[in-house]
Write a new protein. Structure first.
Lengths: 264, 327, 263
């Protein structure tokens, strides 16, 4: 266990150095992050300036969904995305064959592929996201009690696991179709997670449960924070997330075997 | 005879490659019915290598050398046959096994691009769990051998190809592997770096006793480094033995280069074939066993200013094998 | 003006982009999602009644038109301009006996055609499924065409002068990203400009962003007429003049700077 922790520490160190090598304009990136969050918040504010509730969702609860969206997105941009995306696309490891080097390491491939690259700047987005969550919690009808917070953490963890699973599954698909822009497709669909799943028409909700499990990733945690989630829904969320994770892992490993038997 | 470190028996690798005719109709048809073609990349190869040997795999492009190497490194699963390297089955990819091997690929880099090589080395140290003291010692030794101390702190993208290859070598050897696979390590490098790397590999092998398996298209690499070569062509192992033996078997002749003073007005002795003739220079070919006698006769009958006796160029011999497909 | 050369360039660019149409369709798909999200949110909010004067069907109509207008006015080539300047390709552009504007225009036109091949059918399917309510008079449709053209020009030029800053600084494309975010907020995507409250609403009416996307949509959906229409056009043309001026100045200065520095 400790070896894995030290390894992650090394990866973070190397990633920080790579970021610094680019001397990206911190200020403009900060402005961009703030603007994105502000757009989201204003969108919700304008909506609820016109109506009180939409299908049972009020300002506080909807803002909570946005907060979860921003926070989960930040965590994705912090490590999951930078690491997994290194495998995909035209200059990714699968297409160029550099995956060979990763396969030679005496460390589990899935672990390596998932935590290898970090983008420290996403910490700013994380802070902003948590800020929105706190603001949302303050606007709720009933302030969240310890039970609500506990349920929230469980639901949030399940949501994060589900997100990781979906991204991992897309990377698994990369082994069959290396050039396809899976992550762009996903980013597009993930935009739908900004708002509660209940706001979308019925037929869409089905797609949103199975293709992009938006409900589990953002809606259920927000409901938990608002004290609106029963143990059944919470348990279902966890089970679904674990199931997705198992499926995605199987797909990923199947893809690896295919790579190992085809590449020349 | 010590127990071999690497044993390969009847190793086979066949790929299924999708077949498709050009044109729209075929494209539509292929959606429903996929046709495949079997490509036998490696066919029933067997050999054994003892620890500490330096062996060269030679063969034309697409012969199956890299495929064989990758199977031994555990990157590919064979379709048939068996192999054992350092007591492990490579494609099971046990961490213990992976810690004992290393691979350098001439056309791919494992260095992180934007940061100095030292930072990649530190990550590798952690991945392979090399103790700090041992790591430092190994690093110092390798850096000294390759004379690259000033490269450690420059971002990799600013290094030349030769300098990058030096870094690749260090990266591969930091964990002191028992077996080193080198896939075209001198690809695209200039002559002096090539020589540098060859000396390094030879010295490293001498000092550490690591087994080295090398594939290269540069005969100079193979001639200088590998007392033993394995020739693979169309997936089949054609020859396993010293390089000189290959040359002798295939080209049992010698080349005689003459520079003459003035015109040649006498016929050449029997048993000599003229390869080249220009002004006063001649290149002749003679059977190996007849060469001493023929040389003496040439010296006595012709106005010779300069004479040299050479082995046929390895490249030409190898080319001949590649063309004819057999030994 | 080298028209023949320009036209040939446009046709060639279109042909080569069609090769990669799968890629471009994916891009268009990604750009369609945000307006769709707001379409669903607002139409659900309206439910059976109205919100801010819009019924469910009117929201659907507004956003479907927005998807089309957004795609038609989005100037994706501005991202290329910065790359071309940094990568040194500008030297080659300046060598052709063809104003660099043609290169940019040809990508624009080619791109629009390719994207539309995807967006129009998808929007049509969505229209059939979601049943929009569109109240557009003939006058609205006639006013829509120039509004759309000016909107494209404005959005293009505004991004162009920002992209030209790449002559001086390597970080210019970060500003383009900021501009995209501002357009998203103030141009009628997050909500129709009429629904933006207080300060935000007034700012949106004055800033150029509404005239890049929202204004033509409002024209076609019958939201603006009479004096509002006239004022709208006036603002649009005013900002267009500003953008033209900035582009002109920056282009001349930029080329001089580029030649001096040695691209």
């Amino acid at each position: 266990m400790r070896a894995y922790a030290t390894l992650i520490g090394q990866f973070i160190r190397a990633s920080v150095q790579q970021e610094l090598a680019y001397r990206a304009n911190f200020l403009i990136s900060l402005m961009h992050s703030l603007l994105n969050a502000a757009t989201g918040v204003l969108g919700v504010a304008v909506l609820f300036g016109q109506v009180e509730t939409v299908r049972g969702w009020d300002l506080g609860a909807t803002l909570a969904v946005l907060g979860v969206y921003l926070t989960v997105g930040a965590l994705r941009d912090l490590v999951i995305s930078p690491s997994l995306d290194a495998l995909a696309g035209m200059d990714g490891e699968v297409w160029t064959g550099r995956l060979d080097f990763t396969l030679l390491r005496p460390v589990d491939i899935q672990f390596l592929a998932s935590v290898r690259h970090w983008r420290p700047f996403a910490l700013v987005d994380l802070v902003i996201g948590i800020g929105v969550l706190v603001a949302a919690a303050a606007r709720l009808d009933a302030a969240p009690g310890p039970g609500d917070l506990g349920a929230f953490l469980v639901a949030f963890g399940a949501g994060l696991l589900a997100l990781y699973a979906v991204l991992l599954a897309f990377i698994g698909l990369t082994f069959w179709s290396p050039g396809f822009l899976f992550s762009w497709v996903f980013s597009g669909l993930f935009q739908m997670a900004r708002y509660p799943v209940g706001l979308y028409p019925g037929w869409m909700r089905l797609a949103l449960t199975w293709v992009v499990p938006v409900g589990i990733i953002t809606t259920v945690p927000a409901q938990a924070l608002a004290g609106d989630v029963g143990p059944g829904l919470l348990a279902g969320s966890v089970i679904a997330a674990v199931g997705l994770f198992a499926g995605a892992t199987a797909l990923f490993r199947a893809g690896l075997r295919r790579y190992a038997s085809a590449s020349s | 005879m010590p127990e071999p470190q690497i044993t390969v028996s009847h190793l086979t690798k066949t790929y299924r490659v999708p077949q498709r005719e050009p044109g729209l109709r075929a494209a539509v048809r292929s959606l429903v019915h996929r046709e495949y073609r079997d490509v036998e990349a490696v066919r029933d190869i067997s050999f054994a290598i003892t620890a500490g040997e330096v062996v060269g795999f030679i063969g034309p492009n697409g012969a199956g050398k890299t495929t064989t190497l990758k199977m031994l490194a555990g990157l590919l699963h064979p379709t048939g046959g068996d192999a054992r390297v350092a007591g492990h089955v490579p494609w099971q990819r046990r961490p213990d096994y992976l810690r004992r091997i290393s691979m350098v690929m001439g056309n791919k880099s494992q260095m992180m691009w934007d940061i100095p090589p030292l930072d990649t080395f530190l990550v590798l140290r952690e991945i392979y769990r090399v103790p700090a003291a041992e790591f430092q010692q190994t690093l110092d030794e390798l850096v000294a051998l390759l004379d690259m101390s000033d490269l450690l702190t420059k971002p990799v993208r600013n290094l030349s190809l030769g300098e990058r290859m030096k870094c690749e070598m260090v990266a591969a050897l930091l964990h002191r592997p028992a077996v080193l696979f080198l896939d075209e390590p001198t690809l695209g490098l200039d002559v002096s770096i090539q020589r540098r790397l060859r000396r390094f590999i030879a010295e490293y092998n001498r000092r550490s006793g690591a087994t080295v398996i090398l594939t290269s298209h540069y005969m100079a690499d193979v001639a200088e480094l590998c007392p033993r070569v394995i020739l693979i062509h169309h997936g089949v192992l054609l020859y396993d033995g010293p390089l000189g033996g290959l040359v002798e078997r295939l080209a049992p002749f010698k080349l005689i280069r003459l520079t003459l003073d003035g015109a040649r007005d006498e016929a050449l002795p029997d048993g000599l074939e003229v390869i080249e003739q220009e002004n006063g220079r001649l290149v002749l070919r003679a059977a190996r066993r007849d060469t001493p006698a023929l040389t003496a006769r040439l010296l006595s009958t012709l106005p010779v200013i300069d004479l040299a006796v050479e082995d046929p160029p390895v490249d030409a011999v190898i080319d001949q094998i590649y063309q004819e497909g057999s030994v | 003006m080298n028209h023949r050369g320009g036209w040939a360039l446009i046709r060639r660019t279109w042909a080569s982009w069609m090769q990669y149409r799968g890629f471009f369709f994916l891009l268009a798909f990604g750009w369609m999602i945000p307006p769709l999200v707001y379409l669903f949110v607002w139409s659900t909010a309206a439910g059976g009644a109205t919100v801010g004067g819009f019924s469910r069907g009117e929201f659907v109509a507004y956003y479907l038109v927005l998807i089309l207008v957004n795609q038609l006015t989005y100037a994706q080539t501005n991202w290329i301009v910065g790359d071309v300047i940094r990568g040194g390709g500008m030297s080659q552009w300046l060598l052709y006996p063809l104003a660099p504007a043609y290169h940019v225009l040809s990508s624009e036109l080619a791109g629009k055609v390719v994207y539309m091949i995807f967006v129009v059918p998808v929007t049509a399917v969505l229209a059939i499924t979601l049943k929009p309510e569109l109240h557009a008079s003939l006058a609205d449709v006639l006013a829509f065409v120039p509004a759309l053209i000016f909107a494209w020009m404005l959005r293009f030029l505004w991004g162009y002068w920002l992209a030209l800053l790449a002559f001086w600084s390597t970080r210019a494309d970060a500003l383009l990203a900021v501009q995209d975010a501002l357009v998203f907020l103030l141009a009628g995507q997050v909500a129709p400009v009429a629904l933006l409250p207080g300060v935000l609403g007034r700012a949106a009416e004055m800033l150029p962003f509404r005239y890049m996307v929202g204004f033509p949509v409002e024209v076609l959906t019958g939201q603006v007429s009479g004096t509002e229409l006239a004022t709208g056009f006036a603002c649009q043309l005013g900002w267009l003049a500003v953008a033209l001026g900035l582009t002109w100045i920056l282009w001349r200065r930029g080329v001089r700077h580029y030649a001096a520095v040695g691209g």
